[in-house]
Ligand binder design. Structure first.
Ligand code: GDP
Ligand code: CA
Length: 325
């Protein structure tokens, strides 16, 4: 089976790890191929290095190197370089850059400077983490540099745009966001393999990633939404909200900014033109959608560990079979 998932960082990575676990423990599914299309709108240049937070979280989580309790960054991490940068007063200091993690950013930046496109850089990084052997193909959504910015009120009555990471990490999404502006997105081309991975999939999955600033950005890459509308594959999503609250992060602030109700149905509405089925928490069992089938998971929709996540992924795949029958 060919499965394609659109993903942000922590939510996407944990879901795909559970999905892979389910496939590997089902003999009939073990040779399935999983293609992950990663959001790159979070990308940022820091200290001359290109950082790609969602791609890195996917690499570390799927490759077994993630700091588990945090959900991102490297396990067994130190911060010697960052403390040296701080001693020089080098800015910004609000973005955590561990020493092991910096290795990824240094080699990525070196390859990019040599003219290697991001999709090939990602493939090289994924090789180190053993993703091809695990039948996981990790694709950035685009090779075009794209950056999500957040428009906020300025002190002098005007507006200013801050990088998404500054809004999310430094301000914890507490500055009222007026709108999101994604520099470069309208002119971005889908990375090699992305549109075909959607068109030729047997199943397309939307993990419980942030619907606005993760999946919403991937959907903004020209051609992606049309490919989802046109694919013969069933498209099944997993709700990132439980009882109107994000499980982690600030998806509620993001949804309010784009004027969408902070509910499982509100999120599904963002996918209305291509979504076939929507998996929700039992607390949201009353959700109805005009076009898509809704099912409640038989337990909390929480990716507490790999086994629990594998059961969520298995339910999503059963739903895919049910709606395509
Ligand atoms: P980020 O890029 O690291 O912010 O990660 P993603 O965009 O992939 O995922 C963030 C979303 O995942 C948030 O909206 C969370 O509510 C959702 N999420 C995280 N953990 C869980 C979980 O265990 N269950 C569900 N249903 N959603 C989750
Ligand atoms: Ca992210």
């Amino acid at each position: 089976m060919r499965i394609t998932a659109l993903a942000g960082g922590v939510g996407g990575a944990r879901f795909v790890r559970g999905l892979r676990h389910h496939l590997d423990s089902s003999p009939a599914l073990a040779d399935s191929e999983v293609t992950v299309v990663a959001n790159t709108g979070d990308d940022i240049s820091l200290f001359g290095l290109r950082v790609s937070p969602d791609v890195d979280t996917l690499l570390y989580t799927l490759g077994g190197g993630v700091e588990e309790s945090q959900g991102w960054g490297r396990a067994d991490e130190s911060h010697v370089v960052q403390s040296e940068l701080a001693a020089y007063g080098a800015l910004p200091q609000w973005f955590a850059l561990g020493d092991r993690d910096l290795g990824t950013h240094v080699v990525r930046s070196q390859w990019l400077a040599q003219g290697v496109p991001p999709s090939e850089v990602t493939a090289r990084l994924a090789a180190r983490w053993g993703l091809p052997e695990r039948r996981i193909r990790l694709l950035p959504m685009t090779d075009t540099p794209v950056e999500t910015h957040v428009v906020v009120d300025d002190e002098d009555g005007g507006e200013r745009a801050v990088h998404f990471q500054e809004w999310w990490v430094r301000h914890q999404a507490s500055l009222p966001a007026k709108r999101f502006v994604v520099a470069g997105l309208d002119r971005a081309a889908a990375a090699p393999g992305v549109l075909d991975a959607i068109r030729q999939a047997d199943v397309v999955l939307l993990p419980p990633s942030n619907p606005v600033v993760s999946i919403g950005i991937v959907l903004g890459v020209p051609g992606v939404r049309d490919a989802l509308r046109g694919t013969a594959a069933p498209v099944v999503g997993v709700s990132p909200l439980i009882s109107g609250r994000p499980v982690r992060g600030h998806a509620d602030a993001c949804l309010r900014t784009v004027g969408v109700p902070v509910t499982a149905a509100g999120v599904a509405g963002l996918y209305e033109d291509f979504l076939d089925a929507w998996l929700v928490d039992p607390a949201d069992a009353g959700t109805t959608l005009p076009r898509a089938r809704v099912e409640a998971f038989d337990g909390p929709l929480l990716m507490t560990d790999v086994e629990a996540t594998a059961r969520i992924a298995a339910h999503a795949l059963r739903l895919a079979t049910a709606v395509s029958a």
